[in-house]
Design a protein around this ligand. Structure first.
Ligand SMILES: *Cc1c(COP(=O)(O)O)cnc(C)c1O
Length: 380
């Protein structure tokens, strides 16, 4: 089998990374919460509006959110099944039960119309995932949460740069998690952030972030010594990670622009097929701005999808599926439960393929990716 020369992902380095790591070393502060961390906090806070704490991953940010929500064993968190494991795992670690509801067929986001029916006396939170950087219906979702006294947590791992009715994704729910994993638009290898949009949690979040101590207040000179005051863990990343991230955040506009170029090339060829009902492609509602995080196609059947992936691999192009629905997974069956049938989730997950999308993927490469679609070559 020939090698893959168009991989699914290729992490993009903006060119400032090594210099900023050197600068972090020169500053002599390599643990967390130093100069680069504060730069990152500043820019993310100006983008999102809430208080931001860098973490080692979105997974860590979700674990912090689960601690801050004060979940008790048996409490329930409503969430989609079509998501990454960390979305559910963070809450299972606190003894909570993920309650999986179905997704919308158009955006593949949680179906907001099902949330209210899934609420029980044990429900504490609603977890939304902005799939591919396209916003969930946050207006209705925030309203349901308010009526039932629930916490809304945004898994905004894909979503930095996207917006819903003019509001930045990650800046709408009470809490939000961002990811800077190397597969995301802005990356630091591994990395993430917790966004605290409801100020009632800021003080406690700083404690949870710093191993359950008030070390953050100590660093600001607000207390003479720091001690253990609550549960927590070591959630903050080192300055080396923050230095890489800062360079990426500075370049975020050009990163977005370059990703859109690739996204639009795919879209120009594949959307006409979608208009003819041959395949499905990403749907961005008029009131949402997306961020070119991913491009996918929905094939007519699982067999057609799997055949496309196999054929693409023979042509050196790596195409991939996305989430195996959590309610079908071993751990999902053990720790979660479903609300109703998850028909869209099971159907769409079985037919979805993601196309390679990274900066530097040129026209020749995107043409080769597109040439893998049999229904496209028949029409040209
Ligand atoms: C990537 C991803 C995560 C995990 O991010 P890490 O930073 O790797 O922990 C969580 N949720 C979703 C939806 C993701 O895509």
């Amino acid at each position: 089998m020939p090698g893959i020369d168009i991989p699914f992902n290729r992490p993009y380095l903006v060119g400032t990374e090594i210099g900023y790591i050197q600068e972090a070393c020169a500053r002599g502060h390599l643990s967390g919460n130093g100069w680069f961390t504060k730069q990152c906090h500043g820019v993310l806070e100006s983008m999102l509006g809430g208080k931001v704490l860098l973490t080692q991953s979105a997974t860590a940010a979700l674990e912090m959110a689960a601690i801050l929500t004060d979940l008790r064993p048996g409490d329930e968190v409503i969430m989609p099944s079509y998501t990454f494991t960390s979305t559910a795992n963070a809450f299972v670690l606190r003894g909570a039960i993920p309650v999986f509801v179905d997704i919308r067929a158009d955006t593949l986001n949680v179906d907001e119309a099902l949330i209210e029916e899934a609420i029980t006396s044990r429900t504490r939170a609603i977890l939304v995932v902005h799939y591919g950087g396209v916003g969930c219906e946050m207006g209705p979702i925030m309203k349901i949460a308010e009526q039932h006294g629930l916490v809304v947590i945004e898994d905004a791992a894909h979503a930095l740069g996207g917006s819903y009715r003019g509001r930045p994704l990650g800046g709408i729910g009470h809490l939000a998690a961002l990811s800077f994993h190397e597969t995301k638009n802005v990356m630091a290898g591994e990395g993430g952030a917790l966004v605290i949009n409801d100020p009632r949690w800021i003080e406690r979040a700083e404690v949870v972030w710093e191993k359950g101590t008030d070390r953050t207040r100590f660093a600001r000179g607000e207390v003479a010594k720091y001690t253990w005051i609550d549960i927590g863990s070591s959630f903050l990343p080192s300055e080396i990670i923050a230095a890489v991230l800062w360079g990426q955040l500075e370049a975020r506009a050009s990163i977005q622009a370059a990703r859109w170029v690739v996204w639009r090339r795919y879209d120009a060829s594949l959307r006409p097929l979608a208009d003819d009902g041959v395949i499905g492609v990403p749907h961005i509602p008029a009131h949402c701005e997306a961020n070119a995080h991913l491009y996918y196609a929905l094939l007519p059947s699982e067999q057609a999808r799997d055949a496309l992936i196999a054929d693409a691999a023979l042509r050196g192009v790596q195409m991939v599926i996305h989430y195996v629905p959590l309610h079908l997974s071993q751990a999902g069956r053990r720790f979660g439960r479903t609300y109703g049938r998850l028909a869209n989730t099971e159907d769409l997950a079985s037919r979805l393929v993601r196309l390679p999308l990274w900066i530097g993927l040129d026209t020749a490469a995107s043409d080769r990716v597109l040439s893998c679609f049999p229904m496209l070559s028949r029409t040209v």
